[in-house]
Design a protein around this ligand. Structure first.
Ligand code: AQP
Length: 327
């Protein structure tokens, strides 16, 4: 029987942090290994052009993200791992979707507002139409499921709206994709637990390839509160609750179990224990990534073969889409 298709991507905009890992990448690996889905995972290089970037750094950013994918456990034999720009049909479909996308819905996107505020000197049209390209990346592969962090839910809602609208205007063509969230869909910044951990605010990030000493020092400096009781209470104790969530996400234990494990510890002890756990957890990953980066030909070959497979299904789908709209 045909397995349902699952698609997701990550932008090559910098090193991956533990929010990207717990909200997305760890789940990509678990879903791939469940054997229940036909998986497509891509490096969203076209999306990454909407932020300020240096072309000279882009190839290394792409290679680095591909190494993250493989070192974390994505397997080119089980999943199609590819580069967004290697499949031109995704930007072709994005244009078609733009012609049915309501301006009002795009204007409401909170990520557009946040990113426009953060890069006021570069509020480009791509930043505004980003969600239609994301919808194209999903609909093009007939995806029924999209594993993401909760910051992407509004964009996914638009993908469903566009699928519905296209289907009703031109005949049944697309699935309406559903999100798959993890138990940790929104990891907060270490330096400001009221804000989402974001690559664009590196000061608050714990990167998954950070060395043990860096992990210790970052967690030691994480913002907490003026009490000294380890308790899960995201409203009043955002910093401590975020650390409990990170521990829970990595260990697979419930928040209540994690809380019990830290019972009686002061904040210093909690931080010490969490830092050791994070550092051990990513030890194998760090080694594997370093080895992979020395063999870039292996990474490039995985991307080439994944991109060829993704392109083949995209070409077939695009032919159907064009026929539906009379082109
Ligand atoms: N803090 C987070 N907690 C949980 N999930 C998160 N994601 C991002 N931040 C968190 C999820 O990671 C995936 C990849 O994200 P992306 O690189 O494509 O874009 P993003 O959402 O813009 O990631 P960042 O780190 O926040 O980067 P910038 O600073 O560039 O915006 C997505 O599934 C996302 O939900």
């Amino acid at each position: 029987m045909k397995k349902p298709i699952l698609v997701s991507g990550i932008q090559p905009t910098g090193r991956l942090h533990i929010g990207n890992y717990l909200g997305a990448l760890k789940n990509f690996v678990d879903l791939q290994n469940s054997g229940k889905y036909d998986c497509y995972f891509f490096i969203a290089d076209y999306h990454s052009l909407t932020e300020n970037f240096n072309p000279a750094e882009k190839p290394a950013q792409i290679l680095n993200l591909a190494a993250d994918f493989l070192a974390a456990g994505l397997d080119p034999k089980k999943s199609k791992i590819f580069i967004q720009s290697a499949v031109p049909q995704s930007t072709e479909l994005a244009w078609i979707l733009e012609t049915i996308a309501p301006m009002g819905e795009l204007k409401r996107m909170t990520q557009f507002k946040d990113k426009s505020d953060a890069q006021q000197e570069n509020v480009n049209v791509g930043l505004f139409t980003y969600p239609t390209l994301m919808a194209a990346d999903i609909l093009l592969y007939d995806a029924q499921f999209v594993p993401v962090g909760d910051d992407q839910l509004q964009h996914l809602e638009l993908a469903r709206t566009l699928a519905r609208k296209f289907n009703s205007h031109f005949g049944r063509t697309f699935f309406e994709p559903k999100e798959i969230l993890t138990a940790t869909p929104r990891v907060m910044s270490l330096d400001d637990p009221e804000k989402k951990m974001s690559k664009s605010r590196p000061g608050g990030c714990l990167f998954i390839d950070d060395e043990p000493e860096v992990i210790k020092s970052k967690i030691r400096g994480a913002v907490t509160d003026s009490e000294s009781v380890v308790k899960y209470d995201p409203k009043r104790k955002a910093g401590i609750s975020n650390m409990l969530e990170i521990m829970s996400g990595l260990s697979g234990k419930s928040i209540a179990e994690v809380e019990r494990g830290f019972a009686g510890m002061n904040y210093g002890e909690l931080k010490h224990s969490l830092a050791d756990y994070v550092s051990d957890y990513f030890e194998k990953f760090r080694k594997k990534k370093a080895t992979l980066l020395k063999k870039s030909a292996v990474i490039k070959s995985a991307l080439r073969s994944g991109s060829a497979k993704a392109k083949k299904s995209a070409e077939k789908k695009m032919a159907d889409i064009k026929k539906k709209i009379g082109l």
